[in-house]
Ligand binder design. Sequence first.
Ligand code: GLY
Length: 254
Amino acid sequence: MLTAITREVSSSINRCELTHSPREPISLDLARQQHRAYEDTLARFGCEIVRLPEEPDLPDAVFVEDTAVVLGDLAIITRPGAESRRAETESVAEVLRTYRELAYIEEPGTLDGGDVLHVGARVYVGLSERTNRAGAEQLRRLLLPKGYAVTPVEVQDCLHLKSSAALVTACILLVNPDCVDVDAFSGLSFITVDPAEPRAATALRIGGDVICPAHNPRTVEKLLEHRIRVTTVDVSELAKAEAGVTCMSIILTG
Ligand code: GLY
C-alpha cells in the first residue's frame, strides 16, 4: 500500500524562493490544475492521496518533500535551509506521526529532503545551498542504527541533489554531470540529461514506471531508448518555482 502526502499549492506561490531560475509570473489556477493532475497520476499508480490544506503564508509549502525524509519506520523532520520554509515542517510532522516514529534535524544543521537520494541502503545527501555538513552529519547519525550508510555529495548550479540526479531503475541514475560528480556514486550506471534540458534530471520511480516532467521531451526520449517506462506529467507552471517531480509528495510504503 502506498500513501502520498501532498499539499495544495499556496496562493502566495509567486513569492516562492528561487535560487537558479529567473522570477516569472506563475498562474495559480494553472499551477493548481497541474498539481491535481500530478496527484491523479500518483493515485493511478496506487497511492492514497493525503492532501494537506493550503498554507497561504508559506509560498513554497507545496514542496512537501523538503520537510521530511522517510526511510523504513523513521520519518526525519528536516530543518529547511531557507528560513522562509522552516514553518512548513510542523503540519507535515503532525501527519507523519500517525504513520512513523519521528526524529528531527536540529540547529545548526540544515537539510532539505530534496537533497536526499537513497539507493537501497546507501543514502546520498547533497551539500547544497540548502543542506549543510551539520545537517548531513545529523542525518548520518540518525540513519546509522537503521542500517543506512550516508554519503555526502557536493552539488553546484542547481537547487538540490535531486534537481541533478534521479534514480530511474534500481541501478541507473539520470544525471546532469555539470551539477554533480558522477564518481561520487558507486556501482551505478548513468544516463545524462539532454544538454538542451539541464533541469531534466528529476524523476519519480513508482510501480515500475518513472514519472517525468513533460517539458523535457529529449531526455524522456533517451529514457525510452533505454527501455525505461516513462509516464509524463505537465508541471511546467510549477517548474517556474523550481519544482521537480519528487518534491511535491512524500511517498510512504506499507
Ligand atoms: N522554490 C523552491 C525552493 O526554493 O525551495
